[in-house]
Design a protein around this ligand. Structure first.
Ligand SMILES: CC(C)(COP(=O)(O)OP(=O)(O)OC[C@H]1O[C@@H](n2cnc3c(N)ncnc32)[C@H](O)[C@@H]1OP(=O)(O)O)[C@@H](O)C(=O)NCCC(=O)NCCS
Length: 248
C-alpha cells in the first residue's frame, strides 16, 4: 500500500473542534464499498442535490477495472473521510474533451476528475485541493496531458478549489441527461487544464459575470472567452480571451 501523503487536520463536531491525523493512499476495489457509503452519506446531507451526480458501486468498479484510480483519505481511526475518483475515458463519447472541441488526437491523453467528497466534519482542511495536488503528478506519470471535470455553477466551494488548481472554464452546458439532446440534464461548467502547456499565452480581453447567469456566460464562451479565476465572495467568474484562441 503506497502512502501518498500524511498530515494533521481539524475535525469539527458538535462538541467543538479536535485535532486528528490523516493518511492519503490509493484504494483498491476491496475498499470500494466504503467509498460508496461515504458518497451516499454526503449526498443525503446535501442541501442542494443538483450539485452532485452520484456514481454507483457498479460504475466505479467497472471503471477501476479499466484503470480508474481512487485516492482515499483516512483519519487516525482508519475511517474513510474523503476520496477523489479519477477516470481515464479513452476515446469514448463521454470523454469531456469532446465537450470543449479538443482535437481528436488529444482525447486519449485525457484524465477525468470524477467525484470528490469530504465528510462534513472534515471540511475546511483543503482536502479537495490536497488530493488534486497528488493527482496531477500521478496522471502525468501515467502519460496523460489533460485534466477535465464538470462542476455545477451552484457548487461555489468545488468551483473555487478546482479553479485555484489551474483548471479553466471552457464550456457551460447541460450534462448527465437521458434525453437525446441532453435537455433534461444538469447545468455544468466543463473545466480543463493542459498539464503540458506549450506556450505562455497572452490575453486580449477581460470580463466578469455572476456564476449563476447561465446564458450570458454561454454567449461569452461561444465568442472564445475562457473562465480564468473565481472571485468567491462576489461569486463572479472572470473571463479572458486569449490571443491564440484555439491552442490546447
Ligand atoms: C466540495 C468539497 C469536496 C470541498 O471540501 P473541502 O476540501 O473540505 O473544502 P475547503 O477546505 O476548500 O473549504 C473552504 C471553506 O469552505 C467551507 N466549505 C467547504 N465545503 C462546504 C460545503 N459543502 N458547505 C458549506 N461550507 C463548505 C469550509 O468549511 C471552509 O470554510 P473556512 O474557510 O471557514 O474554514 C465538499 O464541500 C464536499 O464534499 N461537497 C459535497 C460533494 C461535492 O459537491 N463534491 C464536488 C463535486 S464532485
Amino acid at each position: 500500500m503506497t502512502i501518498l501523503k500524511k498530515g494533521q487536520l481539524i475535525r469539527h463536531t458538535d462538541g467543538g473542534t479536535k485535532k486528528d491525523e490523516y493518511v492519503m493512499r490509493l484504494i483498491s476495489t476491496k475498499d470500494l464499498k466504503d467509498v460508496v457509503a461515504l458518497e451516499n452519506y454526503v449526498y443525503d446531507l446535501l442541501p442542494n442535490k443538483q450539485v452532485f451526480f452520484v456514481d454507483s458501486y457498479e460504475e466505479m468498479l467497472d471503471d477501476m477495472k479499466q484503470g480508474a484510480k481512487i485516492i482515499g483519505v483516512y483519519n487516525k481511526s482508519k475511517d474513510l473521510i474523503a476520496y477523489r475518483y479519477i477516470g481515464f475515458p479513452g476515446k469514448v463519447s463521454k470523454n469531456l474533451g469532446n465537450d470543449i472541441n479538443m482535437p481528436k488526437e488529444e482525447l486519449p491523453k485525457v484524465a477525468h476528475l470524477e467525484t470528490t467528497v469530504v465528510h462534513p466534519e472534515y471540511r475546511g482542511n483543503s482536502l479537495q485541493s490536497l488530493t488534486l495536488e497528488q493527482t496531477i503528478p500521478m496522471v502525468k506519470d501515467f502519460g496523460y496531458s489533460h485534466l477535465l471535470c464538470t462542476v455545477s455553477p451552484q457548487n461555489i466551494y468545488s468551483l473555487y478549489n478546482i479553479m485555484k488548481n489551474g483548471l479553466r472554464v471552457k464550456a457551460l452546458k447541460k450534462k448527465y441527461g437521458t434525453a437525446q439532446d441532453g435537455s433534461d440534464g444538469l447545468w455544468r461548467f466543463i473545466l480543463h487544464r493542459n498539464l503540458n502547456p506549450k506556450t505562455t499565452r497572452r490575453t486580449s480581453e477581460f470580463l466578469s459575470l455572476p456564476i449563476i447567469d447561465i446564458e450570458p456566460q454561454i454567449q461569452l464562451i461561444t465568442k472564445g472567452f475562457v473562465g480564468l479565476w473565481l472571485s468567491r465572495e462576489a461569486q463572479l467568474l472572470n473571463y479572458v480571451r486569449f490571443e491564440d484562441n484555439l491552442a490546447y
